[in-house]
Design a protein around this ligand. Structure first.
Ligand code: SIN
Length: 290
């Protein structure tokens, strides 16, 4: 592997995640540094930075733009002057947190975001960690028979569990989403196995937050296979766990990774500031194994 010249890269588990050092991401970074950060992201799927200061949202947005156009989430932060910034806030007493089930972000979109950059403003002194799971590894460890069965299958993703009048999340948490009667569901189909547009590698691309069924099947018919895949995709050996400090930043590749915000500390505030990077339509995985 080519050594890094501008940053340090320290893996945090056997399979996913690395801590990046020797860089201040609020600076105007040279192209060579940005290229190494992108390489580290592609190699490790989620990269972590410590002791950063992106509280100035223009710095947060500027760092994000080095990796692609900013994505505006359709269900958060309606009407604010900076809709590209999402505040994921837990106040003491909240019983739900945004992202508390395994998911990739915003996969109901025709072109789901390529990634997200999450900056911790205030975190509890214990609890509130985030888990990440490597979906290349999830695909690679399936049997050839299962890989053949998944080839060509598509899943129907929509946002009706996380937004709109039926979601009912706003009464349980401080992070608000659109629940107004004018909200309209967004629904798109994506391949169950996708090809990463930069690495060319195959990965699993289903999650229980957005997927409702397999295309051409009922929810009941789809459930046994989907439930198997959800459990497999979150096997502990595919994961890492990140313990936040104020000033920590996680930057994840939403195309090949799932994540989960652990809902385990009900009495402490946790305040996070997030941007997302626009993605491209999901590529189909091509040929099945022989
Ligand atoms: C998310 O799902 O984007 C939130 C993750 C977190 O707050 O840890």
């Amino acid at each position: 592997m080519t050594p890094y010249k501008h940053i340090s890269v320290q893996p945090v588990s056997g399979c996913v995640g690395a801590e990046i050092g020797d860089v201040d991401i609020a600076d105007d970074l040279d192209d060579a540094v940005v290229a190494e950060i992108r390489r580290a992201l592609l190699d490790h799927l989620v990269i972590f930075f410590r002791d950063q200061d992106l509280r100035n949202i223009e710095r947060h947005k500027a760092f994000t733009r080095r990796f692609g156009p900013l994505f505006v989430h359709p269900n958060f932060n309606q009407g604010q002057s900076n809709p590209e910034i999402v505040y994921l806030t837990r106040e003491p007493g909240d019983t739900a947190v945004a992202g508390e089930k395994w998911h990739a972000d915003t996969t109901m979109m025709e072109a789901p975001p390529m990634g997200a950059i999450l900056h911790a403003l205030e975190v509890p002194d214990h609890g509130g960690d985030t888990l990440f799971s490597n979906q290349y590894r999830a695909y690679d460890t399936l049997s050839d028979g299962m890989k053949r069965m998944l080839q060509g299958l598509r899943a129907v993703h929509n946002d009706s569990r996380v937004a709109g009048p039926k979601a009912g999340l706003n009464s349980r948490r401080s992070t608000k989403v659109r629940e107004d009667p004018d909200w309209r569901m967004t629904e798109n189909e994506h391949p169950v196995v996708r090809v990463h547009p930069e690495t060319g590698r195959k990965c699993l691309f289903v999650n229980s937050v957005y997927v409702h069924r397999l295309a051409g099947m009922t929810a009941e018919e789809s459930a046994p296979l989907l439930n198997y895949l959800y459990a497999h995709a979150a096997r502990p050996e595919f994961t890492c766990r990140f313990r936040w400090r104020a000033g920590s930043v996680a930057f994840w590749d939403n195309r090949c990774l799932m994540h989960l915000a652990i809902n385990d500390n009900h009495m402490a505030a946790r305040r996070m500031q997030r941007t997302q990077i626009a993605g491209t339509p999901v590529l189909h995985s091509g040929a099945a194994p022989a």
